[in-house]
Design a protein around this ligand. Structure first.
Ligand code: PMP
Ligand code: GLN
Length: 378
């Protein structure tokens, strides 16, 4: 048999974006902005290309960019990452996550994954013959039950994967959640992947509880991040992994024979751009305003919701409108009403259906208004 992943089909993001295109629907499914990022960043990429940064970048990434990242992490979270040994630039967070799993999961190792989860974790675990152990999170709050997590740990448990702010629910891990994660991972000697791609998209004055804030946790954690999410350029596919030297040495063994290094001019441009310390500051307010506008526009619709606390996704519960499954409902909404969303049951390992769809509000005001008009008409 050729297939190493016989159960897998095409990712829901490709399926829904394609359906949106076919039916001319407004696309609030796949998570990407429909507006441009900062034109300065584009100018800086052009400048880097003209200055000749068109050959291979150093294997772990541009040193100046790694230094910017280490100093951001250390300033924001009181950590102690070294740009030399602890940071590697990757082709998006996806490659960082894949590489961390490839570098550390052996056949039969068990990996705890929360469900619903972003869809790239489980296939990588399976590919390296690990076994996922699912912990189900539930609406309305999607909070983890750490006792259940601890009960699911056995002699083969090697890793736990967490993601806060959480895609798709918009839930945040509290300080107490992170302390529990730290306690459990230290006690049971687990590795951790902390997927923090939405670290700067966090609302209502909450702070991001990065794994980097918790020293004993940080010692065993691969933090993964995405510049695509942070700077509205998801197509640039650039991100990074931060981990202590012992973990990063293993990570780089895989990285150097997978991609070796990633897009050089974009790394140079980001290194220059990040010298401006203001760069991240407005992002949370920018997206909070979009969330608030969107929720305001649909406040009298028949959809129910808990406001997203972070990410640029909002879940909507449609159970007052239809008793159909969420895949059928999302298809109907796209084909018949012209609005594409993501059915959330596909993020649940057991396919459990909470009758919720996920909508991306990283969109221009007019797009959100058009989408709201459709949601209000149902
Ligand atoms: N993790 C989560 C939770 C995501 O939503 C995404 C999508 N951006 C990724 C990882 C992958 O990020 P990237 O596009 O940088 O590969
Ligand atoms: N992270 C984005 C989302 O959750 C999509 C990324 C992708 O298309 N693979 O919608």
């Amino acid at each position: 048999m050729i297939s190493k992943l016989p159960e897998l089909t095409t990712t829901i993001f490709t399926v829904m974006s394609k359906m949106a295109q076919e039916y001319g629907a407004i696309n609030l499914s796949q998570g990407f902005p429909d507006f441009h990022g900062d034109p300065l960043l584009v100018d800086l990429v052009e400048r880097a290309m003209r200055e000749g940064y068109n050959q291979y970048a150093p294997m772990p990434g541009d040193p100046q960019l790694r230094a910017q990242i280490a100093s951001k992490l250390n300033n924001n979270y009181g950590s102690n990452y070294s740009e030399e040994t602890d940071i590697t630039i990757t082709a998006g967070a996806t490659q960082a996550i894949f590489t961390a799993i490839a570098a550390s999961i052996h056949k039969g190792d068990e990996v705890i994954v929360f469900s619903p989860a972003y869809d790239c974790y489980e296939p990588a675990v399976s590919l390296f013959e690990g076994v996922s152990r699912q912990i189900q999170l539930r609406p309305p709050n999607y909070s983890p039950d750490w006792e259940e997590v601890e009960r699911s740990i056995g002699p083969k448990t090697k890793m736990i994967i967490v993601n806060s702010p959480h895609n798709p629910s918009g839930m945040l891990f509290s300080k107490e959640d992170m302390e529990e994660l730290q306690r459990i991972s230290v006690k049971h000697q687990l590795l951790v992947i902390s997927d923090e791609v939405y670290e700067h998209i966090i609302f209502d004055g909450n702070i991001h509880n990065s794994a980097a804030r918790f020293p004993e946790l940080a010692e065993r954690t691969f933090i993964t991040a995405s510049f695509g999410k942070t700077f509205h350029n998801t197509g640039w596919k650039i991100g990074y992994c931060a981990a202590p030297k012992v973990l990063m040495e293993e990570f780089r063994k895989v990285h150097q024979y997978n991609v070796f290094s990633v897009n050089h001019p974009i790394q140079k441009a980001l290194a220059t751009y990040l010298q401006d310390a203001q760069t991240y500051e407005d992002l949370a307010a920018f997206y909070q305003q979009k969330r608030d506008l969107f929720l305001d526009l649909i406040s009298s619709s028949r959809f129910k919701y808990v406001p997203s606390k972070g990410t640029y996704f909002q879940l909507l519960d449609y159970s007052e409108i239809s008793s159909e499954g969420d895949i059928a409902f999302a298809e109907w909404l796209t084909k018949e009403k012209g609005l594409a969303s993501i059915p959330t049951s596909v993020f649940n390992a057991n396919g459990e259906d909470f009758h919720q769809i996920r909508l991306c509000f990283a969109k221009k005001e007019e797009t959100l208004e058009q989408a709201a008009a459709i949601l209000n008409s149902i």
